[in-house]
Ligand binder design. Structure first.
Ligand SMILES: [Zn+2]
Length: 290
């Protein structure tokens, strides 16, 4: 399989869910071995290259930065880019945050589909750990285990799939325990995860607003869970676990290369998931580039 980029530019404009300000993001085709690179006209000297930066310590979004240049809420866009197996892309950001749009990854998936995928002329590299990795936060039951991709002696090749088992337990009377199993490929992502929207608990909104977050939250971009009822309609009965898996996939896309192997994860969150990227950046010799 060869590296991929998009065939033509595509833009997204809208408010960011946390800062509530308008922003514009443009995806641009990039040549072989460029990687996924964020740029900004405000900071022409400071690009952010995925796989070279550890995400910021942030509670409710994935945030990346290089000095003054900071971009928040990259997870839904990055999940979509990763699902299309895109290796090379320039992402120009005007603003602080990727627009939230409808709260799901569907607008990104549709736009990338319209832009078209371009197969390039150099072999694609996948990332997998050399040994099983375990990340755990025992006190609240969070964990991520990543097992290496399987090697097939007969064909001298690796299994290039990303298998997953995901467990969620929201500890809320309106949202049941749930789990999902499967192969995280483009078909699964586009058909099953992409349209699951951001959700939030009404009781947490005052806390978030006091901390300068969720200023752009509306019922048009977030499914709000009240104490006894949902404030808007869900798209699927299990929309929340689908969105949690979407977010995890988007956070893992900050590795900068497509991950292969098997993931088992439970109760993940952006600030927890960043440990995987930190591990890769601090211990690159513990990972294979295949
Ligand atoms: Zn999300």
């Amino acid at each position: 399989m060869n590296q991929r980029t998009i065939q033509k530019e595509v833009s997204f404009q809208g408010i960011g869910v946390h800062f509530g300000a308008e922003s514009l993001v443009t995806l641009k085709p990039a040549s072989e071995n460029t990687g996924i690179v964020f740029i900004s006209p405000r900071f022409p000297m400071e690009k952010i290259v995925l796989g070279q930066v550890i995400p910021e310590n942030a509670m409710h979004a994935s945030v990346i930065r290089n000095k003054e240049f900071i971009v928040s809420t990259v997870e839904h866009l990055m999940a979509s880019i990763s699902a299309f197996s895109i290796d090379n892309l320039i992402i120009e950001v005007q603003g602080l945050e990727v627009p939230i749009l409808d709260g799901s990854a569907l607008p990104f998936v549709c736009a990338i589909e319209q832009a078209g995928i371009l197969e390039q002329n150099i072999k694609k590299n996948f990332l997998t750990p050399k040994k099983e990795l375990n990340f755990e936060e025992q006190k609240n039951g969070r964990f991520i285990t990543i097992k290496p991709a399987e090697y097939f002696e007969e064909s001298c090749s690796y299994d290039k799939n990303l298998y997953f088992k995901y467990f969620a337990d929201f500890k809320h009377p309106l949202v049941q325990k749930d789990n999902l199993y499967g192969v995280l490929d483009n078909e699964y992502f586009s058909g099953y995860l992409a349209s699951a929207r951001t959700f939030g608990f009404l009781e947490q909104l005052p806390f978030l607003r006091r901390h300068g977050l969720a200023k752009g939250t509306t019922l048009g971009n977030t499914v709000v869970i009240g104490e006894e009822e949902f404030l808007n309609d869900k798209r699927f009965e299990n929309e929340f676990i689908r969105h949690k898996l979407l977010d995890l996939f988007g956070d893992l896309a900050l590795l900068g290369k497509n991950l292969i192997g098997s993931i088992v994860a439970q109760k993940t969150g952006h600030n927890f998931n960043r440990q995987v990227i930190q591990h890769y950046i601090e211990n690159p010799d513990m990972w294979y580039l295949i």
